[in-house]
Design a binder for this molecule. Structure first.
Ligand SMILES: [Zn+2]
Length: 140
């Protein structure tokens, strides 16, 4: 499955290979059936995609606080490939739009990593999500 310019494609063609895609306006998530045979990855990817919906509705104060946390990380320990790739794009272009994309993917990857004992997350990120969850501010 491929994502290209906001649309999914199947078979050869342009775009990036993805296992899932969220369509926020339609409130829809599409998963690649290859995930059915890989339960741990499936759980993590489901969590990641659900947190895209949370990010979209997260109050600006929380988004700003998350961005400040990330800006304070001198050498970020990425919680997933998606945020790592977005960070590399940001470093190449150093544009605000790329930083916002990175913030979103880092948020979703970190949230997904909280479901996995195999991914190491920084104590600051764990603490930040703990506070967010205590506030019950996870709008979907
Ligand atoms: Zn994502």
């Amino acid at each position: 499955m491929r994502a290209h310019r906001g649309k999914l494609g199947f078979g050869p063609g342009p775009g990036d290979e993805v296992f899932a895609a969220s369509f926020l306006a339609r409130r829809e998530i599409v998963f690649d059936t290859e995930l059915l045979g890989h339960a741990p990855d499936f759980v993590s990817i489901v969590a990641h995609e659900i947190y895209h919906f949370v990010w979209r509705r997260l109050p600006n104060a929380e988004r700003f606080a998350w961005g400040e946390l990330l800006r304070g990380e001198k050498r970020p320990r990425h919680a997933g490939l998606s945020s790592q790739l977005r960070y590399e794009v940001y470093l190449e272009g150093n544009r605000e739009r790329h930083w916002k994309d990175y913030m979103c993917e880092a948020f979703c990857d970190t949230a997904a990593a909280l479901t996995s004992p195999n991914v190491v997350i920084s104590s600051q990120r764990k603490r930040w999500f703990g506070i967010l969850m205590k506030k019950r501010r996870l709008p979907v």
